[in-house]
Design a protein around this ligand. Structure first.
Ligand SMILES: [Mg+2]
Length: 306
């Protein structure tokens, strides 16, 4: 509702058309000025930087993605590509990205396997039943033994569910026996879908977690986006306080909520799952600070400020 009849405080800035009344309005929306204060970027992969098929094959960069990452490197602005995908190891995703022109080291890519490994190490876990094809490397890097489905899962400290398109009922049954012993369950992602060149692809972490939860009544703790575990790990790897991060992504349920959770700058792009109207009806304080058509627009904005 317009507040034209309300007296304007003498010392306030002129009201903006997108703001409610001056007394109870949320804090002013950060804009390009805040973008200039950003010291590190957390970039989503599928639907933000690239589109692939359902198995991360046929990857192709989205407009401006190669140029944005190269520009950030030249400017000395650190970034990490955090994908909720765990079908491959972070190093394998980095190899695929290099294959289509991105100039980045293995350590530039993070997945929920990394935030899980970081959390598990702090919780003292030593053996983890790994239900996913791209979980083992990150667990081993943290000194945790990944136990594959079908192996002896006695004495595991946790179950980690990831992207696992070839999941079987035998693996489900074995995991249920572990969970019935009281072992906690963690999920890489609770996203229903992710963006591919062929349209929406099933996020299997959620589906497998739901089966486990349905069969056992277990609680599932999320380690990927939009959890604090994921953002915290990205911030530590970048060496940047969360409030000085920008989180960029296409999924309205992942990157923008994660950014808000840590006080980071939330930037949405419309090149993946959702269009520019994705946040219609969402309360102002949960919307992206910047809604952009794609990372090409983000680069133009950044380069214009440099
Ligand atoms: Mg995405």
């Amino acid at each position: 509702m317009a507040d034209g009849s309300t007296a304007r405080p003498r010392h306030s800035l002129p009201p903006r058309p997108d703001q409610a009344g001056p007394r109870d309005s949320p804090p002013p929306r950060p804009d390009q000025a805040r973008l200039k204060q950003v010291r590190g970027f957390v970039l989503d992969m599928d639907g933000t930087l690239v589109l692939s098929d359902r198995r991360s094959h046929g990857m192709r960069p989205l407009p401006g993605a190669l140029e944005l990452t190269a520009w950030l490197s030249r400017q000395g602005l650190p970034y990490r590509i955090f994908t909720n995908g765990t079908g491959r190891s972070p190093g394998d995703y980095a190899t695929l990205l290099r294959g289509v022109g991105f100039d980045l080291p293995d350590g530039a890519v993070l997945t929920p396997a990394d935030s899980a490994a970081d959390l598990f190490a702090r919780r003292g876990y030593r053996r983890v039943l790994a239900l996913g094809t791209g979980l083992a490397d990150s667990l081993r890097s943290a000194g945790i033994e990944p136990v594959p489905p079908g192996a002896d899962a006695s004495n595991v400290d946790a179950v980690l569910v990831g992207l696992y398109r070839d999941f079987t009922m035998d693996a489900l049954e074995a995991a249920c026996h572990v969970v019935w012993r009281g072992v906690p369950v963690y999920s890489a992602s609770q996203a229903s879908f992710f963006a591919t060149a062929d349209g929406r692809a099933l996020g299997t972490s959620r589906a497998i977690s739901a089966m486990l939860s349905s069969a056992t009544g277990c609680r599932v703790e999320l380690v990927g986006k939009p959890s604090r575990h994921a953002l915290g790990l990205a911030g530590r790897r970048l060496g940047v306080p969360l409030r000085q991060l920008a989180v960029v992504g296409d999924d309205p349920e992942l990157e923008v909520p994660m950014a808000h959770r840590g006080g980071a700058l939330a930037i949405s792009v419309a090149t993946g799952l959702a269009g520019a109207d994705a946040f219609d009806g969402v309360p102002e304080h949960r919307r992206p600070h910047l809604s952009l058509s794609g990372v090409d627009e983000l680069l133009a904005m950044l380069a214009g400020q440099a």
